[in-house]
Design a binder for this molecule. Structure first.
Ligand SMILES: [Zn+2]
Length: 266
């Protein structure tokens, strides 16, 4: 019998591992995308949901993976992406929190997440959550040990309408108490006429969305920021490349503002 805490027990041998990563070759940007995918391990079936539920933001951040990969490519930067849905377990939460494996997402009950036993929770943490954060730790620790200049940038997308309320922002910059990278990002993006930029909107650390930037950025003393782009603005490859340009220019300027060496455009 397999130990449920065995990191391979939830994923079959022909399923991809939880972490998609590249070490990057050029400093300073390190990109992380926790909600990149809507895939569910076969062992969990469809979590009791119709297939269209997996196209919605409750399962993933549409467009965020393409945006993350586009930015990593522009800068030759490191990137770590999660290959499984946040409905399996949310990698931007402490795993012990009730909403890490949410029984209800927005107004949609998630049958496959209800009444889970401790072994089932531990199995998801071991197979999906733990290897993701271990990969970020390993890559960031190696960079810090090698004294490589590093800025941690997490990439998300948000739904234009949440619980019936329209959100006006095109992009949001989310910070921890350490705002040294968030402030120049806000300043750079706010100069674009017509662009509605949220400061700690549509979420903030008070909503418990700062796990990754706090654990991996703030606690290492690294400049860090979480970027949220409204997902209706990331529908096509052209949309994504425009955001790669816009955010890439703001990141370049912000790196200079905090004294990091200017990234080379590759
Ligand atoms: Zn997200």
């Amino acid at each position: 019998m397999q130990d449920p805490a065995d990191s391979e027990s939830l994923l079959a041998s022909d399923e991809p591992p939880a972490v998609d990563w590249r070490a990057g070759s050029i400093d300073p940007f390190f990109f992380v995308c926790e909600h990149a995918s809507n895939r569910v391990p076969r062992a969990l079936g469809d979590l009791g949901l119709p297939s269209e539920a997996f196209e919605r933001h409750i399962a993933w951040d549409p467009g965020a993976a393409q945006l993350t990969l586009g930015l990593a490519e522009r800068f030759g930067g490191a990137a770590v992406l999660q290959r499984y849905s946040r409905l399996v377990i949310d990698c931007n939460r402490e795993p012990e929190l009730p909403d890490a494996i949410t029984p209800l997402s927005e107004d949609t009950p998630i049958p496959g997440n209800q009444g889970l036993g401790e072994d089932e929770r531990r199995g998801r943490i071991a197979a999906i959550w733990a290897p993701f954060h271990a990969a970020v730790d390993r890559l960031l620790n190696a960079r810090v040990a090698a004294r490589k200049p590093t800025a941690l940038v997490t990439i998300h997308s948000f739904t234009p309408v949440y619980r019936g309320v329209s959100r006006p922002w095109h992009v949001g910059i989310i910070s921890t108490g350490d705002r040294r990278f968030a402030e120049p990002m806000l300043a750079a993006l706010s100069r674009e006429a017509g662009l509605v930029v949220g400061d700690d909107q549509p979420y903030s650390a008070r909503d418990n969305v700062d796990y990754t930037i706090r654990r991996h950025g703030r606690e290492r003393g690294l400049p860090h920021v979480m970027i949220e782009v409204r997902n209706d603005l990331l529908r096509t490859a052209r949309d994504v490349s425009q955001w790669v340009e816009r955010l890439g220019d703001a990141l370049t300027e912000s790196a200079g503002a905090v004294g990091l060496p200017g990234p080379i455009r590759v």
